[in-house]
Write a new protein. Structure first.
Lengths: 135, 135
DNA sequence: ATGCCTGCAAAGCTTTTGCAGATGC
DNA sequence: GCATCTGCAAAAGCTTTGCAGGCAT
C-alpha cells in the first residue's frame, strides 16, 4: 500500500500526497506535468493547489518515488518509479513516449565514463524518432 | 570568415550577431547560457540587449550554427557547432563538461529505434559522472 | 498539542514579445 | 528606401516561496 511508502519517506499521509501518488500509479506511462496532475485532480473533484502539486512532486522525487524528466525544454514531466531503470524514445510526430532498456548501451556508457577517469552516476538519454515511412 | 556564414543563413551581418558568434567561437568548450553571453559581451564593452542575445541564439540554432543543450533544468546552454556530432558527460562535483563520441552507442541507438518501427532523428544523451575515488 | 502541510497570492527566473527607432544592403 | 534588426520594457510561462490557518500523529 502506497501510504506506507509515504511514511517510509518521512512524509505525513495527507490527501494531496495520496491523490498524486495514486494518479501517477494509475497512469504508469503518462509522464505528466505538474499542471496536468493539478488539472486532472481538480477535474476529479479533488481540492488541491498547484503549489502543493509542485511541492509534493519535489518531495517524491527526493524520496525516489518519482522521476523527473525534461523531454521538452522549459517544463518537467513526472513518472512513477517502479523498479527497473529505463530510457525513453519520443516520437516527434505524435509526441508518443516509448520506454526501452538496452543493456549494451548501459554498459558502453559506463565504459565511456571509466575511460575518462570517472564513475558513471546516472544519465539522461532520449531518442527522438519519426515513424518509418511506409515502403 | 564567419560573416559569410551569417549571410548564408539569410541573416544580416550586424554587430550583435558577429559578437555572439565570435564569442562562441573563442570559447569552443564553454557551453554558455544566454545570460553568460550577455554579461560577457557587456563586460567587453559591447552594447547589446539580453533580448537580442536570445533572439540571435534562436536564429543561430535554427540556422545550425549553434546547438542548444539543457544540462540543467530550467536553462539552456549554447555551443558553437563545428563539424561532427558528439555527446556530453557532466561532472557532478565540478560541473566540468567533457565531450565524447562513441560509434557503438550511436549504432545501438539506431537499432533500438528501428526495433520499434521508427527512424532515429536525433538524440540527447548526457552522462552524469563523478571523479573516480583515489584507490 | 505541536510541528508538518496546505492553499492562496505574490514573487522569481528564464525566455518571449510589442514597439519605435536604428541599421544593413 | 525599406525590410530587417535592435534595445528597452512589459509580459508570459513554469516554478518557488511567504504566510496564516489546518491537519496528521
Amino acid at each position: 500500500m502506497s501510504k506506507q511508502e509515504l511514511r517510509d519517506a518521512g512524509l505525513k499521509v495527507t490527501s494531496p500526497r495520496v491523490s498524486i501518488l495514486h494518479l501517477l500509479e494509475q497512469r504508469k506511462n503518462a509522464h505528466m506535468t505538474a499542471e496536468d496532475i493539478y488539472k486532472t485532480l481538480l477535474a476529479a473533484g479533488d481540492e488541491i493547489g498547484l503549489a502543493t502539486v509542485y511541492r509534493v512532486l519535489s518531495q517524491f522525487e527526493e524520496a525516489g518515488l518519482v522521476t523527473r524528466h525534461n523531454f521538452e525544454e522549459g517544463k518537467s514531466v513526472f513518472e512513477r518509479n517502479r523498479g527497473g531503470h529505463h530510457d525513453h524514445m519520443v516520437c516527434l510526430d505524435t509526441g508518443k513516449v516509448i520506454e526501452f532498456v538496452n543493456e549494451d548501451i548501459e554498459r558502453l556508457q559506463h565504459a565511456v565514463a571509466e575511460a575518462q577517469g570517472y564513475d558513471l552516476d546516472g544519465h539522461s538519454m532520449v531518442l527522438f524518432v519519426r515513424p518509418k515511412p511506409k515502403s
